[in-house]
Design a protein around this ligand. Structure first.
Ligand code: CTP
Length: 217
């Protein structure tokens, strides 16, 4: 069948996708522009490569690839709980989710009524990927980074800080790359500072390159 191979046969791969949604009250939330397309493409390609795939996604409007188990979450804290539960049993984690850096300090039980002005207190969310990097034993870890400048320099720093095996960095200021489009232009950055730039291509093709790179790792 088209696209099928055995690059990840028998492996268990966890993929995170989409953006997290941080509740303010029962009606409102803070979100970001992530569509989940990149993560869903990776889940599909990993499944086609013979892996057992667990897809942890924030609220997304995308079909779940055939044969992939989806675990829907909303907040960063929920995403962390699900991923931490899987971590010991998987061979790799590909963290393409756009995890909110902050959550709301006190989520209101009731709808917040209009006021002339209001202040919302935010608290830093846990860094899921950095936590995985600290506790890494046998797993391969692939992180993502969305930057608007100095992509390579920031990327190399992120690889070290989060103890990654590979970083997929993209310059979201470029046209046809990053959030909510079907194409992407990424650079793979490795712990030995090796850098591999890919041209602009469909997210499905980017996903295939990521699976190839993971198989090599
Ligand atoms: N990530 C995570 N938990 C967070 C934030 C990010 O697991 N709370 C993961 C993302 O899924 C992604 C990578 O870490 O794989 C992105 O790294 P991050 O340092 O958050 O990138 P930026 O937000 O771009 O960093 P900075 O704010 O320093 O530019």
């Amino acid at each position: 069948e088209l696209g099928k191979n055995n690059l990840l046969a028998g492996k268990r791969i966890l993929v995170s996708a989409g953006g997290t949604q941080e509740a303010i009250d029962p009606i409102r939330y803070i979100a970001n522009r992530s569509s989940g397309k990149m993560g869903h493409a990776i889940a599909l390609k990993a499944a086609q490569a013979g892996a057992k795939v667990f897809l942890v996604s924030g609220p997304v409007n995308l079909p779940v690839p055939f044969g992939v188990g989806q675990f829907p979450v909303k907040t960063a804290v929920e995403m962390k709980e699900v991923i931490d539960d899987f971590y010991e049993s998987v061979d790799a984690v590909i963290m393409s989710a756009a995890v909110a850096d902050y959550g709301v300090a006190e989520v209101a039980d009731q709808k917040i009524k209009k006021q002339t002005s209001m202040t919302l207190e935010l608290v830093k969310n846990p860094d899921i990927l950095a936590g995985l990097g600290e506790r890494k034993t046998h797993q391969k870890l692939i992180g993502f980074a969305a930057e608007t400048q100095d992509v390579i320099a920031y990327g190399k720093e992120k690889v070290r800080k989060k103890n990654l095996d590979m970083l997929v960095a993209n310059d979201v200021s470029k046209e046809n790359a990053g959030f909510d489009v079907s194409t992407n232009e990424v650079t793979f950055i490795y712990p030995d500072d090796r850098v591999v730039h890919l041209s602009n291509m469909s997210k499905l093709d980017v996903a295939e390159h990521i699976i190839q790179a993971l198989a090599e790792l």
